[in-house]
Design a protein around this ligand. Structure first.
Ligand code: MN
Length: 723
């Protein structure tokens, strides 16, 4: 492209080649205006400034954009650099061109304090500009591309800054918009500036490989061309080279060397129909063995930027891998030009495609760029289309983060650091507190609030999106459950030991180890976990322990066992949190929750059921569900209410009554009169004129509840009361 003649005449010729009705006079007028406006300026390389806008216009013509866009490209620096005003521009060139030029001017006017700030702000502005008119982005892209191509004339620090920004903002945006060639050129130009030695090294290696494999690939291509002819199929076979930055990224991401990158060179086959893509792939697979896991069907499942193609890698005739990309002409155009190819057809609507999805995508985009003025709204509108898989959000310091769509502040927190995730208790988005399950939007600035004593919740798994967050939360829960099981196991064992007048501290560590081994477990902690999970009963463990001990030891008095050797057991019991209400016989503070099925209240006889990893569930002894649970006696434990606790517990009463008006009111008054709070009422009537009323009540204990049951039973119209 560098030996192309860049003049206004070659520009108008180029435009006429794809749009014979183009208003070339307008382009000439814009050129003359721009040349006059910039007449006193030169570029860094010492040439007249007009060369830059003219080159930008040429790039826009290469993209086959419309005349207004190209004219705006010629004029894009006039307002910023010269005395021209928007008003002048409107009078000379009309509203459309004036709008494009002033939008571009706004885009480049902001001054930034830090690079991060610039990055964030630039991205915001670009989304905003894109939301107003996608052509603003085309011009901005062309402007940046020409600046990148001529970067060698700038001082080193400026060069680095511009290349970094191109790599971090422009290249991803070009990729999201599906403009493949532009992304590649942005990436390789930046790569060359930022890592010149690596770039050179890769360039040489690629050239060497090309030399080595060229003949081989030609042979493969010939085989395919011949068989296409035999089958009467249309297809163009061409070689392709992966771009340098793409190779570099692959080496980085997969931690592999250049020699291990197999798709540096490949073949591309372009055919006429979608069906033929699959036919040709079948043909290739019949010649050479495909490598499992390397076949990708982007035709059935297009990439978010509309890219479609079949990819497959086979073991070629000399045992070398060859990667193929198979696609139609139209798919190829979309892979190269992306949104630009759609946009071009916006008025002519000549794209008579089999797949109306492209058209509706295009229409939606055109419509939204007219109606929406807010970048976020625009992004929302094209969600799942242009930028479906990611949201860009910012840290409070302006650093940009890319996360999958629907990511929450919890995902964000884990993306910063595991500890930030674990300790996350809340989040502020754009300065306002949001729930942790909030789904982040493009451009949000997210601040995570942490608390050092906090840990993740199992509920987070229901809304986090990133694999990283999921894994970290699961790991934490697993570790936490183990800790709690150790704690519970230690307590259950302590109760059992007490029955034999033994203290946990009497257990020597070697002894504990032996017993653990006897149950097929590695460590004493594993044994406690098994007890805590209800896999091993404490009774079995104590029996085993007694059997291990000599008969003499067995006969000794309990206090003889108190010694200094029990540290191991002691340290596994964590400092206790204050639990109210219920204790295992003989021990306070256990991890428990009351069973929803029978809602026990103080005074009820209780049974504890050791769950797997979630502590003890407390049931009433007469709970019908217990029968099902008692198959596994080892997991039932005696529990009791701890006396002296001032608190209320939820109880449930089921009341069967005749269907009489005002009865619920009467019962409510009655219940309130004995100072019991009603937390929930549910009533249904039956066909035989009866009513079933359910009250959830906060009661102190069983006597209070019994008194209440008696009073309710005596109320007129009440047939039956039960819990
Ligand atoms: Mn410029």
């Amino acid at each position: 492209m560098s030996d192309e003649v860049i003049t206004i005449y070659s520009l108008t010729t180029k435009v006429l080649s794809y749009d014979s009705s183009a208003d070339v006079d307008l382009l000439k007028k814009a050129y003359i205006f721009s040349r006059e406006a910039h007449c006193s300026q030169t570029r860094s390389e010492g040439t007249p400034y007009i060369g830059h806008p003219l080159s930008v216009a040429h790039i826009l013509a290469d993209m086959k954009t419309d005349v207004a866009t190209i004219a705006a490209g010629l004029l894009h620096d006039t307002i910023e650099d010269t005395g021209t005003t928007v008003k002048d521009m409107k009078e000379m060139f009309g509203d459309e061109i004036a709008f494009l030029v002033s939008a571009l001017t706004k885009l480049s006017k902001i001054e930034f304090k830090t690079r991060e700030e610039a990055q964030a702000e630039n991205f915001r502005k670009m989304l905003l500009a894109m939301s107003e008119d996608i052509r603003v982005i085309f011009i901005k892209f062309a402007d940046r591309l020409h600046n990148m191509r001529t970067l060698q004339f700038l001082p080193e620090n400026k060069r680095q800054r511009i290349a970094t920004e191109t790599l971090e903002i422009y290249a991803p945006l070009a990729n999201r918009l599906g403009i493949g060639w532009l992304r590649i050129e942005f990436e390789d130009l930046s790569f060359k500036i930022l890592m010149p030695e690596l770039y050179e090294e890769l360039a040489q290696k690629v050239a060497k490989r090309k030399e080595e494999q060229e003949g081989y690939l030609k042979e493969v291509a010939r085989t395919i061309e011949e068989s296409l002819r035999e089958e009467g199929l249309y297809g163009r076979v061409s070689g392709r080279v992966k771009h340098y930055y793409g190779i570099y990224q692959k080496m980085q991401n997969q931690r592999i060397s250049f020699d291990q990158v197999h798709d540096v060179l490949g073949l591309r086959i372009i055919t006429d129909t979608k069906a033929n893509c699959y036919t040709i792939m079948g043909l290739i697979h019949s010649f050479w063995t495909p490598i499992p896991g390397r076949f990708k069907d982007y035709i059935a499942m297009p990439k978010s930027n509309m890219y479609q193609s079949l990819h497959t890698t086979v073991i070629g005739p000399k045992g070398e891998r060859v990667e193929f990309q198979i696609r139609t002409e139209e798919m190829n155009k979309i892979a190269e030009e992306g949104i630009a190819s759609h946009w071009r057809y916006k008025e002519k609507d000549t794209m008579k495609t089999r797949d109306s999805k492209y058209i509706s995508w295009l229409r939606e985009l055109i419509r939204s760029q007219k109606e929406l003025h807010d970048a976020r709204e625009f992004m929302e509108a094209v969600k799942g289309e242009v930028i479906p898989e990611v949201v860009y959000v910012f840290t409070p310091t302006g650093e940009i983060k890319e996360l999958p769509f629907d990511s929450t502040p919890v995902d964000f927190a884990y993306s910063i650091h595991t500890e930030v995730g674990h300790k996350c208790v809340g989040a502020k988005v754009n300065g306002r507190i949001v729930p942790l399950r909030y789904q982040m939007k493009n451009g949000d600035t997210v601040e995570i609030i942490t608390s050092p004593t906090h840990g993740p919740s199992r509920d987070w798994l229901k809304f986090v999106v990133t694999q990283r967050a999921k894994n970290r939360i699961k790991q934490w829960i697993k570790a936490e459950e183990r800790k709690q099981s150790i704690e519970l196991g230690a307590k259950l064992l302590e109760v059992e030991l007490k029955k034999h007048h033994l203290k946990p501290s009497s257990l020597k560590s070697e002894e504990a180890q032996t017993v653990a081994k006897a149950f097929g477990l590695q460590t004493y902690d594993d044994l406690l976990v098994s007890i805590g999970y209800g896999k091993v009963s404490p009774h079995q463990v104590v029996n085993r322990l007694l059997a291990e001990r000599s008969p003499e030891a067995h006969l000794r008095k309990p206090q003889d066992f108190q010694g200094a050797s029990g540290e191991e057991l002691q340290k596994t019991v964590r400092p206790q949190k204050e639990h109210k209400g219920i204790s295992i016989k003989g021990i306070d503070h256990i991890l428990y929750h009351t069973a929803k099925c029978c809602l026990p209240v103080p005074g009820d006889i209780l049974v504890g059921f050791v769950t797997r990893g979630r502590g003890v569930t407390i049931h009433r002894k007469d709970c019908p569900n217990l029968e099902r649970l008692t198959i596994d006696d080892a997991r039932l434990i005696d529990v009791d209410w701890k006396p002296g606790d001032e608190m209320t517990t939820t109880a449930r009463l089921l009341i069967e009554t005749v269907d009489r008006p005002g009865l619920i009111a009467d019962l409510s008054v009655l219940i309130s009169s004995v100072n019991v709070n009603i937390s929930h009422i549910n009533a249904t009537t039956t066909q035989d004129k009866k009513a079933h009323i359910t009250f959830n009540l906060d009661v102190r204990d069983k006597p209070q509840l019994n008194t209440l049951i008696q009073k309710i039973s005596q109320t007129e119209g009440v047939l039956r009361v039960k819990r």
